[in-house]
Design a protein around this ligand. Structure first.
Ligand code: FCB
Length: 464
């Protein structure tokens, strides 16, 4: 029972105040399964998973971690880790099948029970309204590139809010709109798998508009105060060298990755340099009058998902500055550090750099780490334990990086580990394990890895 972690790197413990929120995170499609139950209709991910070659090994979320049926045990597991909070997302096609019309009571009831179960376990529910599972019918009607989807999102958000606002304090609108817009509509490696630059630019604007509309609608309907946020994935975009081409590539990468989200959200305008870049290729954000006021509606906290930092070069391997389509080269050059199983570089110092930069460029906005973690090729030992020294060390060094950023003034209020469970890692399927709890997909057995025990013990030590 309850062994303590054997590998125990220490963290700058004293630097985390008592009010700091400790949590674990998941998302609906990655863990729930039960995709056709209680009235749920397909999302773009159900459809995308059926496209040959789209997802490794032909994996899909039909069963996933079977969380829909194992929710009470999973909440007990969360409680056993001694965390304060659990960040989960609501599946839009469960709550509003097809993406329009009234709420589906059976779908809402699941989240109602989840919230009650969490509160009974003294775990604070943090609700994310959209973690990528757009109802397929809305994609068929144009998806995020279509303006109407922003209004549909606000409508759906209110169905969730009306049901849960009496017990949930913290709502987040979107998870990682960069992934929805860029990976979904430009690169095509995420659902819905489109490859259309202008569609991606339109999606960026309509995701932000949906965030603003939903935030305003929720705030207008509250019967008690809540805090609202949005979660962005961010890294660092440093120039690979001091050359003008590399510096310009880093500017473009930072502009498209971070500033086109945070500038409108905080300052009510898109960054002028990116607007000029887009104009050069004949495209523009589809801004209508009043949109930027809606998008810049105040919110209380920014969710930061951090995995790694990057460098950017403005030339390709052949030294060319423009690709075959005449577009400027923006080439990621990963820092030369050890890598995770995703082949992502391990760069804790870039985490500090990012948080301090957010504090400097977007002051007055409390930050919460809503995701941080790593995939490694875990091995289950003969005695059933998972000794994930690599993940434990990743968490420890990244927590220390957060403490460093706080010491430099960054207003970081919480940290959620990604992820509670091994789960469906999008295009990588089940092959990549991010959990601090191991899942045996044949038996659905959950086994806390050493990293989970370490996190539990670390929180307890900090709180002692
Ligand atoms: C983030 C996603 C999350 C998970 C991690 C590894 O981009 O928000 O669902 O896939 O990456």
């Amino acid at each position: 029972m309850n062994p303590t972690a054997r590998f125990a790197p220490s963290v700058a413990e004293v630097d985390f105040p008592p009010a700091f929120t400790w949590g674990v995170a998941t998302s609906s499609y990655q863990i729930e399964g039960a995709v056709a139950e209680d009235g749920r209709t397909p999302s773009i991910w159900d459809t995308f998973c059926r496209v040959p070659g789209a997802v490794a090994n032909g994996d899909h979320g039909d069963v996933a971690c079977d969380h829909y049926h194992r929710m009470p045990q999973d909440v007990a597991l969360i409680k056993s880790l001694g965390v304060d909070a659990y960040r989960f997302s609501v599946a839009w096609p469960r709550v509003q099948p097809g993406g329009r019309g009234p709420a589906n009571p059976a779908g809402l009831a699941f989240y109602d029970r989840l919230v009650d179960e969490l509160l009974a376990a003294d775990v604070d529910p943090w609700v994310t309204l959209y973690h990528w599972d757009l109802p397929q019918e809305l994609e068929d009607a144009g998806g995020w590139p279509a303006r109407d989807t922003a209004y549909r999102f606000a409508d759906y958000a209110m169905l969730v809010f009306d049901k849960l606002q009496d017990r949930v304090d913290t709502f987040s609108t979107l998870n990682e709109p960069w992934c929805s817009a860029w990976l979904g509509y430009q690169v095509g490696v995420h659902a819905p798998g489109r490859r259309d630059h202008d569609a991606a630019i339109n999606a960026v604007h309509h995701l932000l508009l949906g965030h603003g509309l939903a935030t305003q609608a929720m705030r207008a309907a509250e019967t008690r105060p809540h805090t609202y946020g949005i979660t962005l994935n961010m890294g660092t975009a440093d120039p690979a060298s001091d050359s003008a081409a590399d510096r310009d590539a880093a500017r473009r990468a930072d502009g498209m990755g971070t500033r086109i989200y945070l500038d409108p959200l905080r300052y009510g305008r898109y960054p002028a340099d990116i607007v000029a870049d887009l104009a050069e290729r004949g495209s523009a954000f589809p801004v209508q009058e009043g949109d930027l006021d809606i998008i810049s509606t105040p919110f209380e906290w920014l969710g930061v998902n951090f995995y790694f930092g990057q460098n950017f070069a403005g030339t390709d391997e052949q030294g060319r500055t423009h690709d075959d389509n005449g577009e400027p080269v923006v080439r990621s050059v990963l820092p030369d550090t050890p890598r995770t199983a995703m082949d992502w570089p391990i760069t804790p110092e870039r985490f500090t750099q990012l948080l301090v930069r957010l504090h400097r460029d977007y002051p007055g906005l409390p930050l919460v780490i809503t995701e941080n973690g790593a995939a490694f090729a875990d091995e289950v030992a003969a005695d059933g334990t998972v000794r994930d020294d690599d993940r434990t060390e990743y968490l420890a060094t990244h927590l220390a990086a957060v403490a460093d950023a706080r010491a430099q003034g960054a207003d970081v209020r919480g940290y959620f580990a990604w992820s509670l469970l091994d789960n469906f890692e999008w295009a990588y399927g089940y092959a990549k394990r991010f959990g601090i709890v191991h899942v045996d997909y044949d038996t659905q057995t959950r086994t806390p890895k050493q990293s989970a025990l370490w996190l539990r013990d670390t929180i307890a030590r900090i709180r002692a």
